[in-house]
Design a protein around this ligand. Sequence first.
Ligand code: IVH
Length: 673
Amino acid sequence: MSEAAARVAALRALIARHDHRYYVLDDPEVPDSEYDRLMRELRELEAAHPALRSADSPTQRVGGAASGGFAAVSHGVPMLSLENAFADADVLEFDRRLRERLGTEAIEYCAEPKLDGLAVSIRYERGRYVRAATRGDGATGEDVSANVRTIRAIPLRLQGAAPELLEVRGEVYMPFAGFRRLNDEAAAAGEKLFVNPRNAAAGALRQLDPAVTARRPLAAYFYGAGTWQGAAEPATQRQLLEQFSAWGLRTNPEMRVVGGAAGCLDYYRALAVRRDRLAYQIDGVVYKVNDRAHQQALGQVSRAPRWAIAHKFPADEALTVLRDVEFQVGRTGVLTPVARLEPVMVGGASVSNATLHNMDEIERKDLRIGDTVLIRRAGDVIPELTRSLPERRPAHARRIELPVTCPVCGSPVTRAPGEAAARCSGGFVCAAQRKEALRHFASRRALDIEGLGEKLIDQLVDRGLVANPADFYGLSPGQLAGLERMGEKSAANVLAALERSKRTTLPRFLHALGIRDVGEATAAALAAHFGTLDALRHASAEQILEVPDVGPVIAAHVHEFFASPANRALIDRLLAAGCSWPEGAPVVRAAGALAGLTIVLTGTLASMTREEAGAALQALGAKLSGSVSKRTHVLVAGAEAGSKLARARELGITVMDEAGLAGLLRGERPPAS
Ligand code: IVH
């Protein structure tokens, strides 16, 4: 057997397999674009080697064969397919050909969306619904009368005067909303999901029990006619659709009559932009000659009319191979797996990467390196790896493992039980996280270093002047003044801000360290509980767990942080640089020490923010309130306290300053007043 003959046989077998999956099982294994590619290759081979042609080749029929279960219906007027146009040039050529054949200057076209559903032919006798058939191979389809009858959008009686006999043709489809609902229900019931709305619609029409079809959210638009007896036929495609509407048959409201190829292309571009906002899936636009006498005159070639063409949108799905998975480390230390793909054209652009989000997703999609995968790209949306084709998995396919150490800094990677995200534990040590960690350290709610913003930090890190926050305190005026947008004056301001930031509070200092999951409130609770940094540094995970509102996960993070030699060295350097705060005594009575007290905070506090203080007070059991009333026990007043202070004095409520607040935070209750 020649090489060509072997390939032809292989292609026919492949296409037969895909036909079966698509038409019989309603569960295609490959996207339409892949199927089209195989068909194209087969057609080209058969054209080049006429000896290889055969009547049973899939190129010799349109669509799939009728399967058992439904009676065969032969179409009096065949149900045609359409030629495809993929580029503007194909549309220009189509229009040129038609003008030449008709001998006219300009042609009017009816343009409308090409729905991704199933073609049906419905027969009305004296206006009554009598039968519905699928297209099948164009000559013979299947009788799906009972199922189509369940679609509420399809009238069982036409309105007004109807012809003796009429076959209307259109597309049955499933709107996106119904498709999503159906899949949500299937997911909840643990059933298999439908790949796309077209397959869901096909599956619904092929149900042996019409009661099942009735529960599927199907709709239809009508666009053509077959047999038409006992009434005059409309002269134009537009009038045909208007007549359909008058009878109560749904027609697509997006239909427009346009002038020439230019009008077609304008319509195409406008619809391409809105494509994702339509309520149903479409895969292109159909242009039909508006004048039906011209349609007649043009006739058909093989099984497609000369007077119409489908202008397809670029395929938004394609198959490719997953070459590798790499892990990117984000600013917050989260590791994101990224698929490295064999480059492939999808939605008109070449795609070689796709994010995989996290390890759970890799598991759910059952991905291995070497797998053939389906890539989808809808509109401007970032490409998505939809699924793998395990049936094509090569023997050498490799499992995807979460790295044990960070690909950027080599620190251990941690993944909390029950959490999707894996993280690098490196913090300041990790170059990927360094800038973000430094920005956090200097931020207002942390050490509040004025003038040390993102741009400046970028420069300091990029020039190797700063790698961790202790390096901030070793900066010289000369180093700062040498940077972009930095004069001597602003350099001096930054140095002064750095100097000021050293006098801080323990909650701020702890928050600034960027310990995972330790925000302001937790930092305040830790500070209140342990009183000193030393006590916290030497605490066991169990002891940390005793802090109100701290659970086992946070306790473990805090303990790990202080156990890391790199972090210990960092803290020692910060202390040596002069970072300091008034140290309190540890709280002896922990949770509940302030239970039953209602406290109001007002004015500006020097040692911490109101949020920090509030969280720490709540951790001790106090109730916080936003306004002063007779039920308030204590008002803590910082600087510039106003009306709340006046009201508290009026009502004779205990007023405390920051020293009093410190006492409260140690769990000391106010004297009963
Ligand atoms: S006209 C003689 N209009 O596309 C013209 N077809 O590839 C016959 N389709 O079998 C078709 N939307 O299933 C036409 N607005 C539309 C369409 C449409 C979807 C489908 C239909 C047909 C296939 C041809």
